[in-house]
Design a protein around this ligand. Structure first.
Ligand code: ZN
Length: 136
């Protein structure tokens, strides 16, 4: 399979497509640069999709928020563990990691939520919940 320059990978968490990097191949574990989710590359027909690896709920969300913070240069405070518990509880009850501080359980509010991905932390110094904080 030849990968041309325009190839993109669909992320099922943030529902966006990010650029396929040269050298990637099926089965590789990559990190979505938009939301921080670890994904396994799969080629379905002519489309690359990222598959969420089965690691258990707690590992998945911990890796995602840590990778997202690392990618963006954000930091956490002592509310982190409480908010992670909230995210894990939402996943148990509603089937995915929706924002623990919002009532709507829609894809836009899967953590890191769309407003956060859109620059809320840069604008406000923190995300809606106070999970991600702007670094120094
Ligand atoms: Zn993503």
């Amino acid at each position: 399979m030849t990968i041309h320059g325009e190839a993109r990978v669909y992320c099922p968490v943030c529902q966006a497509r990010f650029k396929f990097a040269p050298g990637w191949k099926e089965g590789d574990e990559v990190i979505c640069p938009i939301c921080g989710q670890k994904l396994t590359l799969r080629l379905t027909g002519s489309e690359w999709i990222g598959e969420r690896p089965e690691k258990g709920a707690e590992t998945e969300i911990r890796e995602r928020v840590d990778e997202y913070a690392r990618l963006k240069g954000y930091v956490f405070n002592d509310m982190k563990e409480e908010l992670l518990e909230g995210l894990i509880a939402k996943n148990r009850r509603f089937g995915d990691f929706y924002c623990p501080c919002r009532m709507e359980h829609v894809p836009e509010f899967m953590c890191p939520c769309k407003p956060t991905r859109g620059g809320d932390v840069e604008r406000s110094g923190k995300c809606y919940c106070g999970l991600f904080w702007k670094g120094r």
